[in-house]
Design a protein around this ligand. Structure first.
Ligand code: DX5
Ligand code: ZN
Length: 217
């Protein structure tokens, strides 16, 4: 299975965003991961819409948006207009996630669910027929550079079994490092959000070398 390498763009400085996007594109990025926050669902602010638009103008690769906002249905049209390909919503933030997922699909976009560490798979299973991707948070969302929560392991194993039946790729977001990528990729996790530990805080700064190395893990 080809790994999906998804650099988390919130980690980058706005100053040289364009240059970094071009470098990440050339290095083999599969999906650019864009974190949107409202200061309410999570106690922080993520990328701006103008930064997201800048990313869109500088790559033809897939873009995903991770909507850490309350009532995400309000912003789904905006995300589609910005040219985002995959729209992830937190069902914890939405009173009618089935409606929102269907709206995303009706806009011609891929629909994803992302769940917090404390949210069970049982609570979202009824939505599986509507989703194209499932993302599991392996940190509490809101901040870059946190450590992978080891108690997520049981839920990851369960999700791997369920995705085999349904076919949607499983993606991990938060605290991905060399050991986590190696172990989870061997088990059947397809996608990894690349943050501080595995990409942006490495001594090696050549993204091409780093992504080549990740594909060997
Ligand atoms: C955290 C964000 C992540 C974050 C990942 O709330 O959703 O996408 O950027 O960064 P690391 O891997 O450093 O935890
Ligand atoms: Zn994210």
């Amino acid at each position: 299975m080809k790994k999906l390498l998804c650099p988390s763009i919130m980690n980058l400085d706005a100053e040289d965003l364009k240059d970094q996007i071009l470098r990440l594109d050339a290095a083999g990025t599969d999906i650019f991961h864009l974190d949107l926050m409202d200061g309410s669902f999570v106690p922080n602010f993520g990328m701006s819409l103008s930064e997201m638009s800048l990313v869109r103008r500088n790559t033809d690769k897939l873009l995903d948006v991770h909507m850490m906002v309350n009532n995400p249905v309000r912003y789904v049209d905006r995300m589609a207009d910005l040219g985002i390909d995959i729209i992830y919503i937190h069902p914890e933030a939405d009173s009618q996630p089935a409606f929102t997922l269907q709206k995303i699909k009706d806009l011609g976009k891929k629909a994803g669910i992302v769940i917090n560490p404390g949210t069970s798979l049982e609570s979202i299973r009824a939505l599986y027929p509507l989703i194209d991707y499932l993302m599991l948070m392996t940190v509490n969302p809101g901040f870059c550079g946190q450590l992978f929560l080891p108690w997520m392991e049981g839920k990851i194993d369960q999700a791997i079994e369920e995705q085999k039946e349904w076919g949607f790729p499983l993606v991990i977001d938060g605290g991905v490092n060399e050991e986590v990528m190696k172990r989870l990729s061997a088990k059947g996790v397809a996608g990894f959000v690349l943050g501080r530990l595995i990409l942006f805080d490495q001594a090696e700064t050549d993204y091409t070398k780093l992504m080549h190395w990740m594909r060997t893990l």
